[in-house]
Design a protein around this ligand. Structure first.
Ligand SMILES: *[C@@H]1O[C@H](CO)[C@@H](O)[C@H](O)[C@H]1NC(C)=O
Length: 406
């Protein structure tokens, strides 16, 4: 009994120490931009996530479960809010779990369909974490939303998540009739890594003339390349919550099975040969980013000479399924009308700016919303009560307006 009490006491003490450590260390590491309208809320959000990740790391070290698995488990404990106006159905396409959202009111005409790929770096995020976003989308734009529960890290590495998304999207496109969706009105949509997934799906499905053509793509602070970690936004926002540059790097390395010891080589751009940088400067170069985005702490960093071993081990990064930003002109030119959201305080901001320019240069219509007070992941605060950021509502409203105009 006494031993048990002592153990319990020790566990409590340890939890308090971990909590305090997370709170204190965030003051030293996290960069909370003054222009973000609710700095305290962002601190709270950041500390909560860091706390989950820290406990996840502890459990991973103790070999109890992996960090991503623990974080997802905790996220999924948050109860789902039901919306009386939306019918939510849990389905499985083969082995892939999906959630279908349909407005309760019946419609005499076929509806718009949205395939939604959630974000979270393939580490976090789930059908549950993005439930509120999908519910709102379905209700406000009167559309049928299909959210894809693709498999994630650390168990399922590249290309499992992508394959799951391709399979689920194909399945949906073949079942439109059953869900009352207009085959001329199917849109793909995703946030963060899900936004990257959405455009990769668009690029890939250009070669599938037997499936309904995708009408538009909605890319919310999407991650669109894993090649250059020194673009202005990657330097400026490297320590801004909710996605630091180190975390993005961790996700990429885990996904593509790249040894973390290559970090400094990759950060310096020495994992790619000079000819590569020369060839892709026209698309990746910071000169494609408008000057107003380069005013905050940014220093151009010429890439260092090639480290051949790093190049050989990181070559997957060059594949356009991992870096859709460098897909060939013939592919990008055929992409459907595009809606882009970028956030000022987000490492992935420049992925959006560069892709926007590529699409526009090739004649693809782009609707672009830049959130001056936005940070990565802000849309997920939509239904978070006290932690809600008004920016999330603005993003949702802009998407709904775009969908209504299709
Ligand atoms: C490549 O990088 C690794 C790790 O940083 C280093 O040990 C190695 O010497 C480098 N090779 C060359 C050719 O620079």
């Amino acid at each position: 009994m006494v031993v048990l009490l002592l153990l319990l006491q020790a566990a409590c003490m340890f939890s308090v120490v971990v909590g305090l450590w997370v709170i204190c260390s965030h003051f030293l590491t996290a960069d909370i931009p003054a222009a973000i309208s609710h700095p305290v809320k962002l601190r709270v959000l950041h500390c909560l996530l860091q706390l989950l990740m820290t406990w996840g790391m502890i459990f991973e070290k103790l070999r109890i479960c992996s960090m991503p698995k623990f974080v997802r488990f905790m996220h999924d404990l948050v109860p789902l809010k039901e919306d009386p106006d939306v019918v939510v159905t849990d389905l499985r396409y083969g082995t892939i779990p999906v959630k279908l959202y349909q407005p309760k009111v019946s419609s005499s005409t076929p509806r718009l369909g949205i395939v939604f790929y959630h974000g979270g770096g393939i580490v976090m995020g789930s059908l549950r974490t993005h439930h509120a976003i999908c519910c709102h989308l379905s209700k406000k734009s009167d559309s049928v939303v299909l959210a894809v529960g693709y498999r994630k890290l650390p168990k399922y590495k590249f290309p499992v998540a992508l394959r799951d998304c391709v399979a689920a999207t194909t399945h949906f496109l073949k079942s439109l009739n059953m869900y009352g969706v207009d085959p001329d009105q199917v849109v793909v949509c995703g946030d963060s890594v899900g936004g990257g997934m959405a455009t990769v799906i668009c690029q890939r499905f250009l070669g599938s003339p037997d499936l309904p053509k995708i009408r538009a793509q909605i890319l919310i602070y999407a991650s669109l390349q894993v090649l250059d970690f020194q673009l202005p936004s990657y330097q400026q926002n490297k320590n801004v919550p909710m996605a630091s540059r180190d975390f993005a790097f961790y996700c990429v390395c885990t996904l593509l099975d790249i040894k973390p010891s290559w970090k400094s080589t990759i950060m310096k751009g020495a994992h790619l040969p000079a000819e590569f940088w020369e060839k892709y400067r026209k698309w990746l170069g910071a000169e494609n980013i408008p000057e107003r985005f380069k005013k905050r702490a940014y220093r151009p960093m010429p890439s260092e000479p090639l480290n051949e071993s790093a190049y050989l081990e990181t070559s997957l990064a060059l594949d356009s399924v991992n870096s859709p930003l460098i897909a060939e002109d013939e592919v990008v030119a055929q992409l459907p009308e595009t809606f882009i959201v970028s956030c000022e305080y987000d490492i992935f901001r420049d992925d959006s700016l560069l892709y926007k320019k590529r699409l526009e240069d090739l004649g693809v219509p782009v609707t672009w919303h830049h959130m001056e007070d936005g940070f990565h992941g802000v849309l997920s605060t939509l239904d978070m009560g006290y932690l809600h950021f008004p920016c999330s509502t603005r993003i949702l409203d802009a998407i709904v307006q775009f969908l209504k105009g299709l």
